[in-house]
Design a protein around this ligand. Sequence first.
Ligand code: ADP
Length: 488
Amino acid sequence: MSKPGIPTIKFTKLFINNEFVDATSGKTFEVINPATGTVLAHVSEGDKADVNKAVAAASKAFSRNSPWRSMTAFERSQLMQKFADLVWEHRDYLAALESADNGKTYANAQGDIFASVATFRYYAGWCDKIKGTTINDDPKYVTYTQKEPIGVVGQIIPWNYPFLMLAWKWGPALATGCTIILKPAEQTPLSALFAASLIKEAGFPPGVINVIPGYGPTAGAAISEHPDIRKVAFTGSTEIGHIIMEAAAKTNLKRVSLELGGKSPLVIFDDCDVKKAAQIAHNAIFDNHGQSCCAGSRTFVQSGIYDEFVQHAKKLASQIKVGDPFDPTTQQGPQIDQDMLDKVIGLINSGKQEGAVVETGGERLGTKGYFVKPTVFSQVQDNMRIAKEEIFGPVQSILKFKTMDEVIDRANSTNYGLAAGIITQDIDKALLFAKSVEAGSVWINCYDAITPARPFGGFKNSGVGRELGEEGLKEYLEVKTIAIKVGI
Ligand code: ADP
């Protein structure tokens, strides 16, 4: 490929029943390039009328004896592999699209596409391994369970990892044989629309996958309230998670899985190699510009190494090269939009006002695009907003602790519970922490150790259900118990 840059945008319409179509209302919305603040594309704006059309297509695709329902698991798996092949073939284009749309560096976008292909292939392998059990509880019966696809599912995804979140949603939904209405985030619809074109090219029957770009309160709400959608899978803020669950409860009790926010602790004991620990902690918060639900956003450092650690953290953050996502030397691009820029700067200002010490950064970078200087705060106290609220930006909050008991209590004193990490040479400390911390993923001497095979999701307000791994399949399956009386 020639030097990467903003690619030609080929697909901007809704994708329903294997066709690209205008929104019923005829409306479009602007998609902004976060690196410049200028318009990248005009995309069709779906709303309730379009969701209804997509649900009709997905319901037909899921009907008894439809081509999709009549396929063997092996055939379904082959289709998924074919789709993964096409994504791989177009990986450079997709990475460029993602980078332009989201602002993440081209190299990071390439990493996301690679991880997405791994996810599709992992779940393709599951198609023919979904099994029930036999139950021998009564000699007069033969009883068995059968796992069946839930049916038409709605999937609402965020802007921070647009294509990877699509992969986490489509993988298990397709492997189990469901049909799909996906709503990408309004900030980042482009990679999902291109993926839709590959779905058609791969040969999926019409209606199996439908993509409806649009806004949350209109298109998103139409999905979570729809009476014929049997399950909604959502990744986004805890605030919207509440709304989705309420909509499901008020309508048809559709199944709900939610992957929400976090304020994840990474605890560093003074027996570690401080330089290595600082690097792990740095990546844990600054990856993807801090726009990650499982970001290690509370760095707890034991008192014996606190000052030395802060110096390493400051050096690493001040060396990050911020700028054009397509420049190969750039390590951090812009935040996603003006709202997020304002939120991050607002929280940075609150940290200053509440008495935390800015070691580096602490302000916006430039006036064009939505760039923030990588920021490190030391002397952070538990009651400060930067220690309690999800910032979703390149801001490291470093807190001091003395003992294991103290740090476990402080790590758990949040309503979130998505992830946690510990860095120590002491196996006993590591295991005690892993047992005690309230989090869906615990990483020991590493962070963000996520693969398609490892379940991911939150305790407490960080979510409901799990994605990835075998656990992720369960969210898309109903269990049917069949009892046969013998010898009547
Ligand atoms: P973030 O704060 O990361 O932008 P949101 O939770 O606002 O996260 O958005 C994540 C996804 O949820 C997006 O696709 C957005 O359009 C969608 N969304 C926002 N509001 C609603 C809503 N009321 N109902 C359904 N989906 C919504």
